[in-house]
Unconditional design. Structure first.
Length: 484
């Protein structure tokens, strides 16, 4: 690995980690306060609205952002940027009209919640704003300028979180959650323009459109089915159960799979352009990917362990009795995340290798054959617990499918994946046993037992990968040149 590329990766990981820590910590505090002020029904209404708006949002950038990032240096110029910008603007206006005239009334009738016809048009204002940021965001990602991306994302999230808290304390109820999303997009808009200095010109090139659309359409197709996977449970729970059930499930999902997704977005945003640059070097791709799996697992598995062992006291202490039905789905979803981490970021790797068509076909298969039937029947017969179990089963099958293609594309064996995740999994077993005995057998206070679990997890990791982590940290000295 060249020193420049290694510094870029280290810099990217550093700044996106800062983004994750600030964003997730602040978002958790916001969720904590809002959950105490608001009720599951209000969170459920947002869950219902997001089911419909997210399907439209997937189509928003036509995959142009990913296409710009993936393209090699000698195959992209200014006309690609301007074409992507104006196409996105026109397309987003069309989509927003569809939301007002079709999607909002459909959602209100589907769930028999008339207020959704008011919520969805406001919640969807980001669809109009997001394409304006599309090129700027792609340019910063291509340049591996994660420092500016971190500043923009954190600043806009903090601003939006403060807005939502003020509205919640002023008794705006569900609207405090609605404006949280809109304010995030609005605050980021001027910052992206200042960060890149790029300004759109009245240029639209048919050749450039075909070039980026050909890649982007496959990426967009993948995102459609990713969204189907991520939101179909919300759709079914909201329809078959109740708005309150969807609210408690939303909180469980936010604390588990959403956290996992945020961490993976850190590594994906750093590694996706790297995968694109090294797409012809299979040896390097394999090394990079296994390191991503290894360290993602180390970070996430320990947190999921705490949610499995101490779900009840955590929910009751932080969110109150009204969220008690969240406990069992929270534990099951935490276990599903642990399985997911065994092949984390595999779709980003496949797309970075220039194979968005394969990524799309995989998501299509998993959505239609596995996910949809499992969620529907699980929810119908066992409620939110059944939906969480369906997620778990789907993640297990996803590991098997992903492993098959990793072996086919890069020769990554199941043994190599196990070796990468072994430190996290073995530490998880040791720490879980200690935490369970401390809390359930000895009856020690849950916060003390949680501390014991984390301590055992860290000690176990130190003995297994302590030297590896020290080696990685020695490279942080070179980070100074990146941060200047």
């Amino acid at each position: 690995m060249s020193p420049g590329l290694k510094n870029s990766i280290l810099g990217g990981i550093f700044w996106t980690t800062i983004q994750l820590v600030v964003n997730r910590s602040f978002a958790f505090v916001i969720k904590l306060v809002l959950a105490r002020i608001l009720f599951p029904e209000e969170f459920g209404l947002i869950g219902m609205a997001v089911v419909f708006t997210s399907f439209i949002e997937v189509f928003n950038d036509l995959g142009f952002g990913a296409a710009i990032v993936q393209k090699k240096e000698n195959s992209i110029d200014e006309k690609h940027y301007h074409t992507a910008f104006w196409t996105g603007i026109i397309w987003s206006i069309f989509l927003y009209i569809c939301i007002i005239t079709l999607v909002a009334p459909l959602a209100g009738n589907f769930y028999r919640e008339p207020i959704l016809e008011e919520i969805i048009p406001v919640l969807s204002l980001g669809i109009l704003i997001n394409p304006v940021n599309l090129v700027h965001k792609a340019q910063l990602t291509r340049d591996l300028n994660f420092r500016k991306l971190t500043y923009i994302n954190n600043s806009s999230s903090i601003f939006a979180g403060c807005i939502s808290l003020v509205l919640a304390f002023l008794n705006f109820g569900v609207w405090s959650l609605v404006f949280n999303s809109v304010a995030t997009y609005a605050a980021a808009l001027p910052m992206f323009f200042l960060a890149t200095g790029w300004k759109p010109k009245l240029i639209w090139d048919n050749g450039a459109f075909k070039d980026i659309f050909g890649f982007g359409i496959n990426t967009m197709g993948t995102q459609v089915f990713n969204n189907l996977i991520n939101k179909f449970d919300y759709l079914v729970i909201g329809k078959l159960l109740s708005v309150s059930s969807l609210g408690v499930y939303t909180l469980a999902f936010t604390l588990t799979d959403t956290f996992r997704g945020q961490l993976m977005s850190v590594m994906n945003s750093v590694m996706y352009p790297i995968y694109g640059k090294k797409q012809d070097d299979k040896i390097s791709l394999t090394k990079y990917y296994l390191k991503v799996v290894k360290y993602n697992s180390i970070v996430v598995d320990g947190i999921m362990m705490l949610l499995i062992l101490f779900a009840e006291p955590i929910v009751l202490a932080f969110f109150g009795d009204k969220w008690i039905d969240t406990i069992i789905p929270l534990q099951i979803l935490s276990l599903s995340v642990i399985f997911h981490m065994m092949v984390s970021s595999n779709t980003s790797l496949i797309r970075g290798m220039g194979k968005p068509g394969l990524e799309f076909r995989l998501q299509l298969f998993k959505s239609l054959v596995l996910y949809i039937p499992l969620i529907f029947f699980g929810t119908m017969y066992y409620g939110t617990t059944g939906a969480a179990m369906a997620i778990l089963v789907n993640k297990i099958f996803s590991v098997i499918i992903a492993q098959y293609y990793l072996k086919k594309l890069l020769g990554i064996s199941i043994g190599a994946l196990f070796h990468a995740t072994k430190p996290a999994l073995l530490s998880l077993v040791i720490a879980s046993c200690g935490g369970f005995i401390s809390f359930n057998v000895l009856g020690i206070y849950w916060m003390v037992s949680a501390f014991v679990s984390i301590l055992l997890y860290l000690i176990s990791l130190y003995f297994m990968v302590g030297n590896d982590i020290k080696t990685e940290l020695t490279g942080m000295d070179k980070l100074k040149t990146v941060l200047k």
